[in-house]
Write a protein that binds this ligand. Structure first.
Ligand code: S3P
Length: 192
């Protein structure tokens, strides 16, 4: 039997002991997959970027423009540390969140992290659909993403699980995340 069999055969949703924290670059699918994953696991879904916007009363673009990136990062840290103390849910983080050492330490202590790893071409295709990401205004999207991949991928690699981001029906990726969770020791331990 393959290692994936328990997840495939399972009819009840997995019991999840800690908040599932999706990390990865913009365009990797954290929000889209997170929302569907939460529905499949009967857990609440929270998008950290939306929480930051509602705490600030303006968009992320506005926060960057009016107050600068350090203020955004401080707000992001406050919001994510607060969310990690809340009951178990699925949390989609912004691409820079896991790069922050304090957030990363809190995720390691209180969450189960999943890196949605994507290649450059897939990210480029996805980010070209939206124009509201402040970091992408700092240069050619390809160069910005290449720089971010070089700086961040070694850090995202510290996540508890890695799932490759692919084009196609989102449920394929949700299945892959559920399979990764099912084989993760912290989840396996709490199954009935
Ligand atoms: C950022 C990614 C964005 C958002 C902000 C900064 C980053 O979130 O948090 O623009 O540093 O990569 P998404 O990854 O959801 O686009």
């Amino acid at each position: 039997m393959s290692e994936l069999a328990p997840a495939v055969a399972r009819t009840e949703p997995l019991r999840i002991p800690r908040t599932i924290v999706l990390v990865g670059l913009m365009g990797a699918g954290k929000s889209a997959i997170g929302r569907r994953l939460a529905a499949r696991l009967n857990l609440p879904f929270v998008d950290a970027d939306r929480e930051i916007e509602s705490a600030a009363g303006c968009t992320i673009e506005d926060i960057f423009e009016r107050y600068g990136e350090p203020a955004f990062r401080a707000g992001e840290r406050r919001v994510i540390l607060r969310l990690l103390a809340e009951p178990v849910h699925v949390l989609a983080t912004g691409g820079g969140a896991y790069i922050d050492a304090e957030i990363r330490a809190a995720v390691k202590a209180h969450g189960l992290s999943v890196w949605l790893r994507a290649d450059l071409e897939l990210l480029l295709r996805r980010v070209s659909r939206r124009t509201d990401r402040p970091l992408l205004k700092r240069g050619e999207p390809r160069e910005v993403l290449e720089r971010l991949m070089a700086a961040r991928y070694p850090i995202y690699a510290e996540a508890d699980m890695v799932v490759d981001s692919v084009d196609g029906p989102p449920d394929t990726m949700v299945d892959a995340v559920i399979a990764a969770l099912a084989s993760c020791a912290a989840v396996a331990q709490v199954q009935p």
